[in-house]
Design a protein around this ligand. Structure first.
Ligand SMILES: Cc1cc2nc3c(=O)[nH]c(=O)nc-3n(C[C@H](O)[C@H](O)[C@H](O)COP(=O)(O)OP(=O)(O)OC[C@H]3O[C@@H](n4cnc5c(N)ncnc54)[C@H](O)[C@@H]3O)c2cc1C
Length: 466
């Protein structure tokens, strides 16, 4: 978690004797740190006590801090670290569902569930997110075009609301739709029951191909995505002219048992990815320049096969390659980085082309850009995905003129009826929010009724007047 201690731990000035300390908190992008009282409830009762004792600056639940921006921060108030509540209560191996605490990570779920032949319904590009964070941001994965976002697979959840009561919340209700993607602002999710996907093996069968430019890429994704459960494209945003938007597509599905070689069939469901070491890694400042990133992108593109089918890959390599690089977010140096992710609907390809072209011409040193086609949206009022094209890129926060440049992109996105992803955001202008999220007023009205004293608040919420 990106938390840095700024003074000695103290115990129990407003909330019993549960662990609490004043720390500097950031998101994964390490921009915009703010200081808050970090409280770590270990029981549901402690969570209730923590919410009741949040104080005038309120509180916000936090999972593993993988939101890139300021969603799980609360300057001058309380941040409720929910990772102390991380039990897996019931795995229904017959029907394929799990009831667990919201503080349990998807990594832990995979460790427990894969040997039983079950997999999480949606995983983002890292396993180190909690179930609470997955619902709070209504995360999407490479299977969005088939499976929708995480909340689609939630059967019910228990929500600790501002008045200190715990409510059972089910899909099809306003409270569910406000909570799925509600960025922790309707309350603290304590537990969730989530439907799972059955798998025969822990390997993936992967097809790889190269696209020569953005139009070629979009054509390939449009023509072929329906054949794959998982699909994503890594896109070279430094390539210019005829190569603008060239990309490597990787698409696949869980490998069936029959696809495994005899040796691998002995333990087809084993899951043993490397664990993150505790010590922080050091990266030299200024490692990421246009030149180094340009070289990296060139190599990445060239070494990818023009076309390869049926490659067996470990699940962790396919879904979470960055989890193997501890503290990779420090590679951007002290200033941190901004992850910018937006979506524009089908029919708005011209906006996507223009934005990719602007980024390529701006020469942003971005080596982690991905393009994906989203499927049907889910009902969460602030849920990000809508059917269309989503592009995500990382940019060093210190890049001169970055703020104005991204503001310009925001305006294009909003004008095209698109939106930026709040879980990645640390800089969006509030005046663009309503155009991007048409259910914003419903969200605000529900919060005003549910939480009239404004107990739940975050830096993101203050910045965007959520
Ligand atoms: C390498 C990397 C790859 C990623 N790839 C993707 C991707 O492919 N798709 C995608 O959608 N996202 C992706 N993300 C973003 C990440 O999935 C989300 O930000 C997710 O919310 C992080 O979960 P967390 O447990 O770390 O939550 P935090 O970052 O701690 O919090 C995120 C939000 O959830 C709320 N929250 C946390 N716990 C609770 C709770 N118990 N109750 C209520 N609200 C809660 C917080 O208040 C906050 O608003 C990626 C992030 C990284 C670092």
């Amino acid at each position: 978690m990106e938390c840095f201690k700024t003074n000695h731990p103290h115990r129990g000035d407003t909330v019993t004797d549960m662990p609490a300390e004043t720390v500097s908190v950031t998101g994964w992008g390490r921009t915009a740190p703010s200081t808050a009282r970090l409280i770590r409830p270990r029981t549901y009762e402690e969570a209730v006590t923590a919410v009741r004792g949040c104080g005038a600056r309120g509180g916000i639940p936090r999972g593993l801090g993988r939101a890139y921006g300021d969603a799980a921060q609360n300057a001058g108030g309380a941040v409720l670290d929910m990772t102390g509540l991380d039990r897996i209560h019931v795995v229904d191996v017959a029907d394929g569902s799990v009831l667990c605490d919201a503080g349990v990570s998807l990594h832990r779920l995979m460790e427990v569930l894969l040997p039983l032949g079950w997999f999480v319904p949606v995983t983002p590009g890292t396993r180190y997110v909690t179930v609470g964070g997955a619902i709070g941001a209504d995360i999407h994965g490479k299977n969005h075009h088939v499976s929708g976002s995480f909340s689609r697979h939630v059967v019910s959840l228990e929500l600790l609301t501002a008045d200190g009561t715990v409510r059972t919340v089910r899909p099809g209700t306003d409270l569910f739709d406000a909570t799925a993607g509600g960025m922790g602002l309707t309350g603290v999710i304590l537990t969730a029951t989530v439907r799972l996907r059955s798998v025969e093996t822990s390997l993936m069968s992967v097809d790889t191909e190269r696209a020569t430019d953005l139009d070629d890429l979009m054509a390939r994704l449009t023509a072929g995505d329906h054949r794959y459960r998982y699909s994503v494209a890594w896109i070279d945003l430094l390539a210019r002219r005829a190569a603008t938007g060239r990309a490597v597509l990787t698409r696949g599905d869980h490998a069936p048992l029959a696809a495994l070689p005899a040796r691998a069939r002995r333990a087809p469901l084993s899951f043993r990815p490397a664990r993150l070491p505790a010590a922080p890694a050091c990266f030299p400042e200024g490692l990421l320049t246009r030149r180094t990133v340009g070289l990296f992108n060139e190599l990445w593109y060239r070494r990818a096969p023009r076309a390869r089918t049926g490659e067996l890959q470990r699940l962790s390599a396919f879904f979470h390659p960055l989890d193997g690089v501890p503290h990779w977010n420090r590679v951007y140096g002290r200033g941190g980085f901004v992850q910018y992710q937006f979506v524009v609907g089908h029919g708005r390809e011209e906006t996507l082309r223009r934005i990719v072209d602007r980024i390529a011409r701006r020469r942003c040193p971005s080596f982690l850009a991905v393009l994906k086609r989203f499927g049907e949206a889910d009902p969460g009022w602030l849920s990000f995905p809508v059917p269309g094209w989503t592009l995500a890129l990382d940019v060093p926060a210190g890049l001169p003129g970055l703020g104005a440049f991204l503001d310009g992109l925001d305006e294009e996105v909003a004008a095209a009826g698109g939106r930026v992803y709040l879980a990645k955001d640390s800089r969006l202008r509030p005046d663009l929010l309503a155009a991007m999220y048409p259910r914003l007023d419903d969200f605000r009205a529900l919060r005003a009724e549910l939480d009239p004293r404004g107990v739940f608040v975050s830096d993101l919420a203050r910045r965007l007047a959520l």
